[in-house]
Design a protein around this ligand. Structure first.
Ligand code: CP
Length: 334
């Protein structure tokens, strides 16, 4: 598989070719990105994935750089993938979590960010429950800020790894491919980032789930809202399940989890409505037996763990590109 965004074979492009068109210091959201920028991230992620398999010692080094993981909201896969990504590039990584930081003593996010910049962090990766906080931080610090999920706004690196994984399975071009996102769309930053990324890459997006969590006004984003689950699944090339995001919901949107499961959970019977070759995706964490049965989550149609693994390479690409835009991709250890 190749990602021929430049028109040249991927293996003929060197690191300068791969980074030349990237001008952004920060990655705050998918919404303002051009298709070519997403292609650039995917190309570089693909290169890192190939190098990791064939010749890890030739992965360009960011030795001497420090990636600061500022995680003010819980995370397993995003935090660990960013950490592994930074280490694969030879960078140092420091983790700041809310409970173990001076944030619990009342220090502001602004002061925390200025402290870590003074301590010579080269990149700040921020997860925060407040939508817009990475944007806010990017106006305060000079170093790159990467959004690792901000409230119900966006989760850009999740959409990048999801679309990367789709391209590996559905073909290099997502043009005309049909992707159904099922579940709690209203409170999902993953859904928003994927809607933007998929549309930029030419895919057709259908949203489904309870009407209370899939409002018709999402159609303003250019997607189809199809509340009939059977119809929403019938011609999908990929279905992406979302968990119910209780932590962001301010009121009850359906009577109970059992009722959600009985109406919208993807089980064996509903899985049979999908095309045989359709892939099953989930950003995680999965609430097994609610939005997705274990028999499907662990089946050959599921690419959930491939999504997790691809999170390393897409985040290596994002870290590398944001530092390259600041002229900071040189190994500083000598
Ligand atoms: N998909 C995702 O963001 O998972 P984590 O919350 O575990 O990072």
């Amino acid at each position: 598989m190749a990602f021929p965004a430049s028109g040249r074979p991927l293996n003929s492009l060197n690191m300068n070719d791969l980074t030349a068109n990237w001008k952004r210091k920060d990655l705050l959201s998918i919404e303002p990105l051009h298709r070519e920028e997403i292609e650039t991230i995917h190309q570089l992620a693909r290169r890192f994935k190939e190098l990791q398999a064939s010749n890890p010692s030739s992965i360009p080094s960011l030795r001497g750089r420090t990636v600061l993981n500022l995680f003010i909201e819980p995370s397993t896969r995003t935090r660990i993938a960013f950490e592994i990504a930074a280490k694969r590039l030879g960078a140092d990584v420091t983790l700041v979590e809310k409970a173990a930081s001076s944030l619990v003593k009342g220090e502001s996010l602004r002061d925390t960010a200025q402290v870590v910049e003074a301590l010579q962090a080269d990149v700040i990766v921020l997860r925060h429950s407040a939508a817009g906080s990475p944007q806010y931080l990017s106006q305060i610090v000079k170093v790159p800020v990467i959004n690792a999920g901000d409230g119900a706004h966006e989760h850009p690196t999740q959409a990048l790894l999801d679309t990367f994984t789709m391209r590996e399975h559905l073909g290099d071009s997502l043009e005309g491919k049909k992707v159904t996102i099922l579940g709690d769309i209203l409170f999902s930053r993953v859904a928003r980032s994927n809607i933007f990324a998929l549309q930029k890459l030419g895919a057709q997006v259908t949203l489904s789930g309870p009407a209370t969590l899939v409002p018709a006004n999402f159609e303003k984003l250019g997607v189809t809202v199809e509340l009939n689950l059977r119809k929403a699944l019938a011609d999908a090339d990929a279905v992406m399940l979302l968990r119910i995001q209780h932590e962001r919901q301010t009121s009850t949107h359906f009577p109970s989890l059992d009722e959600y499961k009985s109406m919208y959970g993807l089980n064996q019977a509903r899985g049979a409505w999908l095309k045989p070759e359709a892939i099953i995706m989930h950003p995680g964490p999965v609430n097994r037996g609610v939005e997705l049965d274990s028999s499907l989550a662990d089946s050959g149609r599921s690419v959930i763990l491939e999504q997790v693994a691809n999170g390393i390479f897409t985040r290596m690409a994002v870290i590398y590109l944001c530092l390259s835009a600041c002229g900071k991709t040189k190994d500083t250890s000598q």
